[in-house]
Design a protein around this ligand. Structure first.
Ligand code: ADP
Ligand code: TRP
Length: 320
């Protein structure tokens, strides 16, 4: 089984990214052959500061490895180090209906928020399809917001196969229900665009500030509280063991247990889960050449597979 996923270097990674995507990739790397990459070509559709893009790219690499990605086992690389993906994007754009891309939520949202409708933004899902199909991926772990992009990928693969002969495997999205949409500190989907994140590489003080700012209702301390509508509990449950989660739910339902105490328990659990992370990240950050080598090795391994698929596609359309 081949697992593939990518993440854009367009800001600090947060608990929603970790639980919704990174953790799945890390857990699956022992079950199959994993390809994980940093989608810097995609990030160019929203980031226009070159130094920031370079820095964010390295930050994603540090975060991912510090969270448990093993670059010996997993093929971990920068998207732009495998230029074959651009040629495949073109070959897929030949079969990509404009109407299908016009219906992409992500594109429509960005336009609605005032972004310029560029060809790059419009073709974003075609590049993403090329990322996935280039490695003949079986499953793609992502958060729910990427589901439609996966559907577009499948559509393009099927269309290409029908028109030019069997070339691509049809991939499946992997979106576990419980982490499909991780809530942010305001109860909405956690997202760097909404200013409601708990960053995974935040300092202890930043993490505390973010967790203490989680919005709760005004139920008095002594009254029973509903865990299902409590964002603190919803986040706690995603990090805790089932027993720990049950314990907090019982305390909330019983009353006499305040949101402030629940936040402290969430903070303690977060710090426990990410205890090794900060040390590992600092160690890796001290060796930028080592990190660069890891990414270069990953790209070389990725290109072996990329060239094979591209050759198949070039032959299928008649370029070879
Ligand atoms: P953001 O919404 O902060 O801009 P991205 O869109 O870069 O995050 O998402 C990177 C990956 O993390 C994607 O696979 C996305 O589905 C996943 N992801 C992001 N936020 C969440 C969330 N709140 N819950 C679940 N998955 C998420
Ligand atoms: N669009 C994805 C996101 O914003 C990033 C991405 C690019 C990706 N290419 C991919 C994810 C291929 C999975 C597979 O999060």
């Amino acid at each position: 089984m081949r697992v593939l996923s990518g993440i854009q270097p367009s800001g600090k990674l947060h608990l929603g990214n970790y639980l919704g995507m990174m953790k799945q990739c890390i857990d699956l790397q022992v079950k199959g052959e994993a390809y994980i990459f940093i989608a810097n070509y995609h990030a160019l559709t929203t980031v226009s500061d070159a130094d920031k893009l370079r820095q964010d790219t390295l930050d994603v690499a540090l975060d991912f490895i510090s969270c448990g990605l093993d670059p010996k086992r997993t093929i971990f690389f920068r998207q732009s180090d495998v230029p074959e993906v651009q040629e495949l994007t073109w070959l897929l754009s030949i079969v990509a209906p404009v109407g299908l891309l016009e219906r992409a939520h992500s594109y429509k949202d960005k336009i609605a928020h005032g972004k310029e409708a560029t060809v790059g933004l419009f073709a974003y899902p075609v590049l993403m399809a090329a990322d996935i199909l280039l490695y003949q991926s079986d499953i793609v772990p992502v958060g729910k917001d990427q589901k439609q992009h996966l559907e577009i990928t499948r559509d393009l693969a099927v269309k290409f196969n029908l028109k030019f002969g069997e070339t691509f495997k049809i991939p499946e999205p992997y979106i576990p229900e419980e982490v499909a949409v991780v809530p942010g500190t305001d109860g909405q989907k956690m997202s760097k665009s909404y200013n409601n994140t708990i960053e995974i590489s935040g300092s202890p003080a930043e993490t505390k500030k973010a967790i203490m700012s989680i919005v709760t209702d005004s139920t008095p301390l002594e009254d029973p509280k509903n865990p299902d509508t409590c964002t603190v509990y919803q986040l706690y449950k995603l990090l805790a063991t089932p027993e720990q989660a049950n314990e907090m739910a019982t305390k909330l339902r019983a009353g006499g247990y305040g949101y402030g105490t629940a936040k402290k328990e969430l903070l303690a659990l977060f710090n426990e889960k990410f205890a090794g992370f900060r040390a590992k990240r600092a160690e890796l950050a001290a060796d930028p050449e080592g990190l660069e080598k890891v990414l270069q090795d990953g790209a070389e391994r990725a290109r072996v597979e990329a060239r094979k698929t591209l050759k198949l596609a070039r032959r299928a359309v008649g370029l070879e």
